[in-house]
Design a protein around this ligand. Sequence first.
Ligand code: ATP
Length: 269
Amino acid sequence: TRVRVMELEESPNVSFDMIGGLRNEIEEVREAVEYPLTRPEVFEKIGVEPPKGILLFGPPGTGKTMIAKAVANRANATFIRMSGSELVHKFIGEGAQMVRDLFLLARERSPSIVFIDEIDSIGSMRTQDGTSGSAEVQRTLMQLLAEMDGFDNRGNVRIMAATNRVDMLDPALLRPGRFDRILEVSLPDETARSDILKIHSSRMNIKDVSIEKLVSLTENMTGAELQSICREAGMNAVRNNADYVTFDDFIYSIDKVTKKTGSSDIMYM
Ligand code: ATP
């Protein structure tokens, strides 16, 4: 059952060119996570400690997991993802042990990158429901802090975390020596949307589709939504037995994705 809460991939199959926009963010993560694994001697020579943990925050579906996987790929590292919310909801009573296992596994499979998704589920200041879960959640968080304090910045395990709500996090997590680098991953701007649309339509047979117009029709959309727009446009062409994906297919899919996600983007603006 543990497999479900921890997902392990050797050198995941995501590369930087599959990510649209986010160039500065990628560079920051490389500095904090990849270079300490691939060029530890540089840090040694200069005499600087790499940050221990880096926290990515921003709306869901903006590429946080992708960045972490691409960095693991570049560093030839094992990528170990744990979902904070699954941990809390599915492993009641086992949270602290799971965190211990996570770090044990990370050391065993090093070089490795631990990616804790939805860290707010275990590291939130206020507990949302005040049920018996909260003492347990507190123990899980304590274990995470202990694990982070207990290992060395120069080692070959790097820690990343992601959240949509950095404002809710327990300040204990953000202290020096823990997640002391915080990086915002925001909604894609026009150039990034154009890149993302091109990436996700690159293998599609498209005809007379103005990416520029699509960019202006997709303001405030996330990378995940743009991906699903491309897929839905393609599906529509399949449905119509067409030879190409047309601009109208995209208009249809933008409409469909907009309706489905509804007001969700308003929450993050
Ligand atoms: P969550 O907080 O929900 O885990 P996330 O920020 O980690 O979201 P990802 O899992 O990285 O988001 O993105 C989901 C999918 O959306 C990706 O697999 C990819 O197909 C697409 N996507 C998101 N952002 C981008 C981007 N910047 N460039 C290309 N594709 C993207």
